[in-house]
Design a protein around this ligand. Sequence first.
Ligand SMILES: [Fe+2]
Length: 243
Amino acid sequence: MKIAVISDLHANPAAFEKVLEDINIFNPDKIFCLGDLILAGYDPNKVCEKIFELKDKFGENFEIIQGNTDKMIAFCNDEMVKKTKEAFPCMGFSLEQDVKITDKKYIDFVKNLPEEKLIEINGLKIHLVHGSPRAQNENIYPELMVETVEEMVKNSPTELILCGHTHKPCGYSLSSGKTVVNVGSVGRSMTNDKMPVYLQLTIDKNGQFFVEHRIISYDNLEASKKIIARGFEHCEDLGKMYV
Ligand SMILES: [Fe+2]
């Protein structure tokens, strides 16, 4: 059983297209998506259109959950925009604009997604979360103390926890027997080279599994120009974060 796990696409179709090319070569049986489709990119509708295509193509073999910024888009109000602008100006202005330009059917879609899913494949129990099993916006970063990660995932009823949110791929094999893998980000990668990352997960018939992070090249300079071309206040800060 081969599964491609993607997360944090953040309205970056150029990065997503290159990742999909690599996923096609992998030829997975299933796709898991851990959320954050829309906020802070150059074309939220294009990314959502591609997600809908995957949903149609894979049917019941496509699983998706809601990310914290999907929830922001879905439940956006003036107070939220104001507070986000104060805390992180480029995100606040992007939130204000993205809600206006994103097709309502895609906003309704992310609004109704579950925050987590429990899946069992060949006896292996898998927990899909955006941040951590405790919270949609909790950070499972590289180089955390393993005790900290144990505490974050101790209430998960599964052996394998897949998460995103931090945009930094990493993994932990814990003494409790749990494995935690942060799959990284497709559209807003925070690795040194800012290149898209996704996860290839292979599970054998006994539930033994193997994971590989894939780092994919794309034209991040062009994507940066496209987000700056949107022209809203502080959008150049979002562009700088692509390169
Ligand atoms: Fe994200």
